[in-house]
Design a binder for this molecule. Structure first.
Ligand code: 9J3
Ligand code: ZN
Length: 264
């Protein structure tokens, strides 16, 4: 109940509400020109239109190598309509490496909370990061650099660094069983295994999926990302039911790993 958790937003979730193309909040959006910012390449902020529900947690989302914001833009309205401010960004150059993408995700969050037109709608203490491929590797870099982040969700992540003992941010990693660009055996799986075992962490391997599955609207990615963000950015334990026990292998999930129950 909201009386017990000041960060809870929106009605009690159901399986169908987290699978829906849109959640309960109407969404507005505003463009941020790359010329107006430093440290990243601009982007689009998606946010709940209402000002009646107080502030919202926020996330920044980075695309992958050679890719633009448009490659991850479906996450903007999909997540914002559930009650988050979502900043899908472009990077300074499309060739930037994961460590740079991590710094750019943090610069985008700083812009969002300190300078953007929606800064008063954002709770600056409840922030997270997501990204695809090198952007997913960047989301791990961002969490390593800023332990106050409340959630990280790397999507078919790519990084030369395989070890993440420094991370203190609850992290949900998505792999894809058919990924030949960032094979799970050398990217997503060792990233998961080399997070601290004491951390709230999960690994979901998408079935019949490729490196580019996160570039299109995907209900499996959406429903578990919404649940992870709600659980750890909003402390909303109403979503724990979708995360624990771990989803079992199915037509959409090849494999799942994680700790249950969660500890933070
Ligand atoms: O961002 C990505 O898609 C990373 C995979 C990649 O193209 O790495 C090549 C160096
Ligand atoms: Zn490392």
């Amino acid at each position: 109940h909201a009386a017990d958790n000041p960060y809870e937003r929106g009605p009690a979730p159901t399986e169908s509400s987290i699978e829906a193309l849109r959640g309960p909040y109407a969404v507005s959006q505003t463009s941020v020109s790359r010329l107006a910012v430093t440290g990243f390449g601009g982007g689009t902020i998606y946010y709940p239109t209402t000002t009646a529900d107080g502030t919202f947690g926020a996330i920044a989302v980075s695309p992958g190598y050679t890719a633009l914001e448009s490659s991850i833009s479906w996450l903007g309205p999909r997540l914002a309509s559930q009650g988050f401010v979502v900043f899908t960004i472009d990077t300074n150059t499309t060739l930037d490496q994961p460590d740079s993408r991590g710094d750019q995700l943090l610069a985008a969050l700083d812009y969002l909370t300190q300078r953007s037109s929606v800064r008063n709608r954002v709770d600056s203490g409840r922030l997270g990061v997501m990204g695809h491929s090198m952007g997913g590797g960047g989301s791990l870099e961002a969490a390593k650099d800023r332990p106050s982040l409340q959630a990280a969700i790397p999507l078919t992540p790519w990084n030369l660094d395989k070890t993440w003992p420094e991370v203190r941010t609850p992290t949900l990693i998505f792999g894809a069983d058919g990924d030949t660009i960032a094979p799970v055996s050398s990217h997503a799986e060792p990233f998961y295994s080399n997070l601290p075992s004491s951390l709230d962490r999960a690994y979901l391997e998408l079935n019949n999926a490729t490196h580019f599955t996160p570039n299109s609207s995907n209900t499996t990615i959406a429903k578990y990302s919404i649940s992870w963000l709600k659980r750890f950015i909003d402390n909303d334990t109403r979503y724990e039911q979708f995360l624990c026990p771990l989803p079992r292998p199915s037509l959409t999930i090849e494999e799942s790993r994680g700790n249950c129950p969660h500890t933070s």
